[in-house]
Design a protein around this ligand. Structure first.
Ligand code: AMP
Length: 282
């Protein structure tokens, strides 16, 4: 496995692979790897000749009051995990390498971002799109792997790939969870013991929603109300949002029908957690 820190060297290596006709599976991350990231790497390993992992905590996608400085980092550990998963290249650039002080073009995502995290984190998806355009042009992936835990991100990347004609296949991967149902996240380390116990109620509320819909509930307001109530009664967290949209368009619906995203974000003392489920409603 090679660790590469410069754009020039990374592009050179990737162009070489391309010229040999090799497929490149790409997993973008912010590091502090866990089983969620590992499942993306495994899938990429199965489907491609070469696997590239990038580790870059992208300042552009953090708001001024968010946890950029506190975001957990451990390159040595990540290195070992990537090696064990059969990753071929880690792209690990500095902020200066990715953002020299001379930008002349700004990226603005205009669809699928006026709800959910796009609404509560203004500018977040502009930052995600900017870094991904750069990373896609550096890594030249055949396939790019993204977790459905960030379902809105998958919807935005789907639009980005289509609008900018990237010859990349987007592969969404199911959310990996702890045994009790909590979605794995690098930010889970910031939960207190108490909060960690309570955090299970987030995935439980999604499960309750799924059961209610299975039993015939078709009102988004009813489902949202029930979930908000459950989270409020059973955790000390503050609900940022509980919302339901069509997927991947993220349009509002009066009656639940078709492919539906039920998503939530809850703030605990030091960590804001997100989770979701995607259902097919008859
Ligand atoms: P991050 O390092 O948090 O930016 O995540 C990098 C990639 O891993 C993104 O595509 C995430 O959606 C994905 N990911 C994060 N957590 C999980 C999880 N629990 N299950 C599956 N994929 C995940």
């Amino acid at each position: 496995m090679r660790i590469i820190r410069t754009i020039t060297e990374m592009q050179k290596q990737m162009q070489q692979l391309k010229s040999e006709g090799k497929s490149i599976g790409y997993v973008p991350t912010m590091g502090f790897l866990h089983e969620g990231h590992i499942s993306l790497m495994n899938r990429a390993r199965l489907e491609n000749d070469a696997v590239v992992l990038s580790i870059f905590v992208n300042p552009l996608q953090f708001g001024p009051a968010e946890d950029l400085d506190a975001y957990p980092r451990d390159f040595e550990r990540d290195h070992e995990i990537a090696e064990n998963q059969g990753v071929d290249y880690i792209f690990y650039p500095s902020v200066e390498e990715m953002y020299p002080d001379n930008a002349s073009v700004k990226v603005s995502v205009v669809d699928r971002t006026n709800v959910l995290c796009g609404k509560s984190r203004p500018g977040h998806f502009d930052g995600v799109a900017t870094v991904l355009i750069k990373l896609f042009n550096i890594i030249l992936p055949t396939r790019a792997y993204f977790g459905l835990k960030d379902a809105q991100q998958v919807a935005v990347v789907d639009g980005l790939i289509r609008d900018f004609n990237f010859p990349i296949e987007l592969i969404p991967v199911e959310t990996v969870r702890e045994e009790d149902g909590l979605a794995k996240s690098s930010r889970n380390v910031y939960l207190s013991d108490d909060e960690r116990q309570q955090a299970v109620e987030l995935s439980k509320s999604l499960e309750m929603a799924r059961l209610a819909i299975e039993r015939g509930e078709r009102s988004p307001d009813e489902v949202v109300g029930m979930m908000r109530h459950h989270i409020k009664e059973n955790t000390t967290g503050t609900v940022d949002y509980v919302e339901i949209y069509s997927y991947p368009e993220l349009g509002e619906m009066e009656t639940l029908k078709g492919k539906v995203l039920i998503a939530l974000a809850v703030k605990f003392s030091k960590a804001r957690l997100i989770d979701n489920t995607i259902l097919e409603v008859e």
